[in-house]
Structures are given as C-alpha cells and as structure tokens.
Ligand binder design. Structure first.
Ligand SMILES: O=c1ccn([C@H]2C[C@H](O)[C@@H](COP(=O)(O)OP(=O)(O)OP(=O)(O)O)O2)c(=O)[nH]1
Ligand SMILES: [Mg+2]
Length: 147
C-alpha cells in the first residue's frame, strides 16, 4: 500500500478521502467551494477540492469521474482520467463538464470525482529504424471487426 502525504484545507466540508468499501479502487473527493457553482448545459469549470498531495516517486494519482454523477446528472470529468504528477504540489482540481440539458449545481462538500493511486513507470526511448513484426502489424481502429 502506498503512503501519500496529504494536506487538506476547508476540512469541515472535506474529511480525509477514504475507500468506501474494502475492495474499492478509488476514494471519492469533494468540491471545496465558498459558493455553489452552476454549470449550464455543456459548460465546464475547474472545481477546487482543498486537497494537496506529495505523491511518492513511482506513483501517480488519477482523477476519474463517478458513474452515478454521469448517469444521473450528465456530470463527468472532461480530461478523464486526469493525471496528478508525483511532483505536483498545487491543489487538486477537477475539470467537470455538464453533458446534460439542464443546469447542474455543485455545492461545497459534494463528491465530484474519485482518486486512484497507481504505480507508474517512466521510460527512455531507444531510437530504431525497424520494429519487430507482429500478426496485427499496423491493423487497428476496429480492423478485427465488430463481433
Ligand atoms: O484533473 C486534473 C489534472 C491535472 N491536475 C494538476 C496536477 C497535474 O500534475 C497538473 C498538470 O496536469 P496535466 O499534465 O494533465 O496538464 P498540462 O496541461 O500538461 O499542464 P502542465 O503543463 O502544467 O503539465 O495539473 C489536476 O489538479 N487535476
Ligand atoms: Mg503536463
């Protein structure tokens, strides 16, 4: 299990994020707002969460949408999955977009997204003129058919 240092502001509305069940991949995070934010249809906004982190090297944190918000309210993360780099020390923010036809109001303390902690590797490139052959070769974008 990765240990991640976390700093939280606006703690009254923003307890430590936690796994809701023993097998959960993500921890829900909340909007940290002085006033509600209204998103009109197709409008997007950068919503602060009051969370700052020190992610250990070799890990990243992904910001992912919540399916309940998506199906019930048409709210999702525009840049999903959002990437929190290990060297980022700013506030975690969520780019929410309203894909419904109605206004959606985000209140302080609303659970707007979830964080997933992942192992991640950095790579070095090996510049090559030729690449190994495979059965797939350059086939992609549905070339194996629909069924
Ligand atoms: O949903 C997100 C995505 C990113 N970030 C923060 C943490 C991340 O480390 C930083 C940069 O994110 P990203 O690399 O996706 O954005 P960029 O447009 O490439 O910005 P930069 O040039 O700062 O890397 O912004 C968030 O708070 N929430
Ligand atoms: Mg970047």
């Amino acid at each position: 299990m990765a240990a991640v240092a976390i700093k939280i502001i606006n703690q009254s509305a923003n307890p430590l994020p936690e796994y809701a069940t023993s097998g959960a991949s993500g921890m829900d995070i909340r909007a940290s707002l002085k006033a509600p934010v209204t998103l009109k249809s197709l409008e997007r906004a950068l919503i602060p969460t009051g969370i700052f982190m020190e992610i250990p090297e070799g890990f990243e944190v992904q910001v992912r949408p919540r399916s309940g918000l998506a199906i019930k309210h048409g709210l999702t993360c525009l840049n999903t999955p959002g990437t929190i780099d290990a060297d980022y020390r700013g506030e975690v923010k969520v780019i929410l977009i309203n894909l419904s036809n109605e206004d959606q109001v985000i209140h302080n303390g609303d659970r707007i997204a979830q964080l997933v902690v992942q192992k991640v590797e950095q790579a070095t490139w090996i510049a090559s003129e030729t690449l190994s052959e495979t059965v797939r070769a350059a086939g992609g974008f549905g070339h194996t058919g629909k069924q």
